[in-house]
Design a protein around this ligand. Sequence first.
Ligand SMILES: Nc1nc2c(ncn2[C@@H]2O[C@H](COP(=O)(O)OP(=O)(O)OP(=O)(O)O)[C@@H](O)[C@H]2O)c(=O)[nH]1
Ligand SMILES: O=C([O-])CC(=O)C(=O)O
Ligand SMILES: [Mn+2]
Length: 607
Amino acid sequence: MTAVAIPGLDTPPTTHSRVLSWVREVAELTTPDRVVWVDGSDEEAARINAELVESGTFVPLKGKKNSFWAASDPEDVARVEERTFICSERPEDAGPTNNWMHPDEMTATMSELYRGCMRGRTMYVIPFCMGPLDADDPKLGVEITDFAYVVASMRVMTRVGTPALAKFVDADGTEREFVPALHSVGAPLDAGQDDVAWPCSTTKYITHFPESRTIWSYGSGYGGNSLLGKKCYSLRIASVMARDEGWLAEHMLILKLISPEEKSYYVAAAFPSACGKTNLAMLQPTIPGWRVETVGDDIAWMRFGEDGRLYAVNPEFGFFGVAPGTSHKTNPVAMKTIDEGNSVFTNVALTDDGDVWWEGMSKETPAHLTDWKGRDWTPESDEPAAHPNSRFCTPIAQCPSLAPEWDDPKGVPISAILFGGRRATTVPLVNEARDWAHGVFMGATMSSEKTAAAAGKVGEVRRDPMAMLPFLGYNAADYFQHWLNIGANADAAKLPKVFYVNWFRRGDDKRFLWPGFGENARVLKWVVERIEGTAGAQETPIGMVPSAADLDIEGLSEPAEDIDASLAVDAAEWRQEIPLIDEWFDKIGDVPAPLRAELETLRSRLG
Ligand SMILES: Nc1nc2c(ncn2[C@@H]2O[C@H](COP(=O)(O)OP(=O)(O)OP(=O)(O)O)[C@@H](O)[C@H]2O)c(=O)[nH]1
Ligand SMILES: O=C([O-])CC(=O)C(=O)O
Ligand SMILES: [Mn+2]
């Protein structure tokens, strides 16, 4: 076959043979008008941003330096879990929580969709590295995309371009492995056809091939579906790598808590999407003398260090945060991070003076806005001005609370793991696991109300094990066993202690019982005191729970009844959880025996 001549295809900045052959193969299948190899430079970013302004995808903001507003297609606003697939050879390797199709069938189906899908468009080739570039075993990838918005966003979220590409071929010529990640909006252009500001397709596939460590995404430009280094690579594919190599790839923030005595503790916490990871990672403690620094807000890769402790690395380079609810009061660190500029805002509202706004940002609501659908908006409008899953995309380096060691390839040693969800009832503010297996049980059975981060009905309670339900690249039962193995292979004294938290319990009138945000530092303080053995706890059927007297609640303005109610363990409520956990375990099937035993212990303790 004669090679097709596509401008840019034949001037690659690498000699990596598989990169070259794969890029050519994709270009021949998708037939873009031109190929651009992304170098990650500032000049390139300025050019791409200008192109995005030209095409109407970006509106430059007047209120923030080098920052842009984008509005998606109204049907392309969140992750699409129904259209997300794990295409392992055997269905049982995807397991009962994932959509599955045989890789051959999916490859055939999607190849037909990809055929000619970049016609009239530019194909961008983005070399990237998840995690520090100077890691011993840098986790590399190449994303191919036909959407410049993805290039602009990947540059913020991920280490991209020339520095990453330099890692693909060693000094001695050895070519490293990389994850090929193909993305198309699925909207080819005919000659003379005008483009739209947010091209996408009604047909969507977010596909992972765990055995070949490959990602194919089609039809959506929304971050979680299109920034393939993030959830697709760093969780779904990386969880499979982690299973095979004995580490953990988790949906967790990483923070550093510094006590008044200047002792540092690193905490990792898994909460489902839109349940408070970014906020906790940037927490500003309300209690005197305590400080928090940020290491990561969404993903943690954890491996044992030589000293037998579990060390966590944040593989990302930016924050892709939920905008609504973010304010100088709730999350000043996020506000300061975005005020530095260099950010992309998607599906928020636009103020008349060219800045951004969303529900919960300020006490006063502006009298007039342009809403995320581009319509005039006033406080009388019936719909929110910003989409509930609107997002800011901003460089981590701009974060004023960033821990200096955030990009240390060695990672940070984790003292505590928190699991948490959004539950209006039943689940107390904090609950300490008796041991590792009990902690794994807490993670494996945790539940949360669905949020706007994924398409579908908001508010329904579902089990979301370790906040990984939408992000697990393999069978959930095997994943639980992997977590148990991590504990079994470790020195128990060096394992992080495990806790289960819930900031979202409500009173009769639906108010939150616990004030949350900066006040969550009080819970972190208790966690640290439990590690040090200095704080009390009550033994309950579900674990070790503090009473109000065990917590530092000095200066809290909430009524004592609310604090007590946030901590209450109601056996009757918990007995109602048991059939739901039974049902969940039946769905999982091969639940490891130690977790079945934990369930029986819980059942008998509840009586
Ligand atoms: N009541 C209450 N709300 C909170 C708390 N922490 C966060 N929230 C709200 O929960 C929503 C989501 O918070 P985030 O921190 O963005 O959640 P996330 O887990 O990072 O979400 P993803 O980025 O989608 O994974 C925001 O509207 C926050 O304002 C808290 O402690 N209490
Ligand atoms: O992946 C996304 O689209 C955004 C995100 O962080 C999540 O949903 O957890
Ligand atoms: Mn977040």
